[in-house]
Design a protein around this ligand. Sequence first.
Ligand SMILES: Cc1cc2nc3c(=O)[nH]c(=O)nc-3n(C[C@H](O)[C@H](O)[C@H](O)COP(=O)(O)OP(=O)(O)OC[C@H]3O[C@@H](n4cnc5c(N)ncnc54)[C@H](O)[C@@H]3O)c2cc1C
Length: 498
Amino acid sequence: MDINTDYDVIIVGSGMGGMSAGAMLAKDGYKVLILEKAHAPGGCSSSYFRKGFVFESGATTLIGFNENQPLWKLEQETGIQIPREEITPSMSVWLDGEQITRYKDREQWIQECIRVFGNETGQRTFWEEAFNVSDLVWKVSLRNPFFPPQKISEWGSLAINNNPLDVWVLKYALKSVREVMQEYGIDAPKFRRFVNEQLMITAQSKADDTPFLFGAAGLTYTNYSNFYVPGGLLEMVNTIRAFIQKRGGALHTKEGVEMITKDKGQFTVHTRNKRKESFAYRAPIVISNIPVWNMKEVTSGEMRSYFQKESAEYESAWGAITLGIATNDTYPEDLPLHHQIHLKEGKTVPFTDSDSVFVSMSKKGDTLRAKAGKRTLNISTHADPERWYSLNGQYETAKQQVQDFIVETLQEKLPGFSDAQIEVIHTATPITWENWVYRKKGRVGGIPQTMARSLLKWTPSETPFKGLYLCGDTTYPGQGIPGVTLSGINVYYRVVNS
Ligand SMILES: Cc1cc2nc3c(=O)[nH]c(=O)nc-3n(C[C@H](O)[C@H](O)[C@H](O)COP(=O)(O)OP(=O)(O)OC[C@H]3O[C@@H](n4cnc5c(N)ncnc54)[C@H](O)[C@@H]3O)c2cc1C
C-alpha cells in the first residue's frame, strides 16, 4: 500500500479541538490533514440536515469571543472570522412556573437573582466573587498553554507567566460551589436547584461536587457575549475548514482512523473509508481529537498501555438524550433562544436521573435552518450511558417514552409550543451518539469537573510519545466549545515549542 507523506501534521477527528489546533498550525505554514470518520465535520458542535431542516448535533450555546477567551484568541491569531450574531438575553430558566432571565449585564443579573431568590447581600457578594474568579480563570488559562505542567521548564514558565497576586483564586480548586454558597448564606433549596442544573450543563456535575474554580466560570457563562451562528454550528466549522484548506491542508470526511503506529520518529496513521478502502499516512506529528477512552482502540503496545492507564480513572461520564423537533413558528416574538426547563421537584425524565431539559431554538427568520414561518428546536438532557446500554429489549419503548415525556413537558412549559404543529421529530440516545461521533459508550460533554479531579490530574495535551498530542473535551481544560478550542490552541504551542 502507498503511504502518503504529503502532510506535516495529521489530526484525528474534526471536533472544535482538532479544528482549532489545525487552524493555528496552518497559519504557521504547517500542512495539516484532518481525518474525520463521520459524514460531516464538527463532531459534537456541528449541524445535520433532516427533511428540509437543519438541526444542531450537540452544542447550541456559543461563548468564548470576549477578550482573553479562546475563540477570541483563535480569531486574533489566524484572522478567521466566525460568522455569528450576538444574542441577548443569553437564556431563560423556567423554575416552578417562574421565568428567570439570564441577562448578560452583570448588575441586571444580580438584580434578577435578588428578585427571584432574595437575600440581597448574599446574592450580590456571591455573584461578584463568581465574576472575579471567572474573569481570572479565563485570563490565566489562556496565559498557560503548558498546563498541566509536564516538565521542570513548564513549572518554571508557570511561575514566570503568572502574577503572584492571582494565587488567591487557587483556594477555590478545593472548595465546592455548595461550600461557597453556604459561606455567603444563600444555600437555600430553590437557589441550589437553580445552581445544580446550570452546573450540569457547564461542568457536568452539581454544586456539592464542583470546585468553585470551574463552577464560577460555568455559572457566569451567560454573562459573557453569547452568540448564534446563522445556518448552524457547521458553518463555524466550515469557516475553519476553508482556512486550513486555503493553506494547503485537507479534511477528509467518511475516513476513520483505525490504527496509529510509530517507528523511526514518524507516525503511520492507518485509515478506512466508508467503501472499506484502506489508506496510510506518515507524518512526524499526530494530534488526536478523539476521547482518551477511544485512544486505546487505535493504538497498540506501549501507547495502548498508556491510554488504558490514563483513561482508567475516568471510565464514566454522562451521555445525552437529544431530540430534534421542527414546528411552525407559534412562539412569542421576544422568546429567548435558549431555555433550561426544570421539572417539578422530585420528577425526572424517564430512564434518566435528569431534573431538567435544555431547549435551543433556531432564530426567527434563519431560513438556512428552517423555511420562513418554521423553527427548529434542539432538546437535550443528561442520561447515564450504562443504563441505556443495558435496556436490551426495552430500548425502543424507553426511547419513545422519553420522547413523549419531553413533548408533554414542552407543551406544558415552553411558551408557544402547545399551539405548534410538529412536522419532524427524532430522538437520539447514547447508543445513537456512539454510532454518530464514535465516542465510546456515547459519552459526551467530557469528563465531569468534580472535586475528585484535582487541577493537576487532567490528562495533558502532551503524551510520552514524542510528536503525539491530545486535544478535545477529555483533556485539559475540558468540555464546551471554548474549552476544547483552548485545548487545540495549547497543542499548537506545544508543537511549535517542541
Ligand atoms: C447534547 C450536547 C449539548 C452540548 N451543549 C453545548 C453548548 O451549548 N455549548 C458548548 O460550548 N458546548 C456544548 N456541548 C459540549 C461540546 O459540544 C463538546 O464538548 C465539544 O464540541 C467537543 O469537542 P471535541 O473537540 O472534544 O470533539 P468531538 O466534537 O467529540 O469531535 C471528535 C470527532 O472525532 C471523530 N472521530 C471519532 N473517532 C474517530 C476515528 N477513529 N477516526 C476519525 N475521526 C474520528 C468524531 O466523528 C468527531 O467528529 C454539548 C455537548 C452535547 C453532546
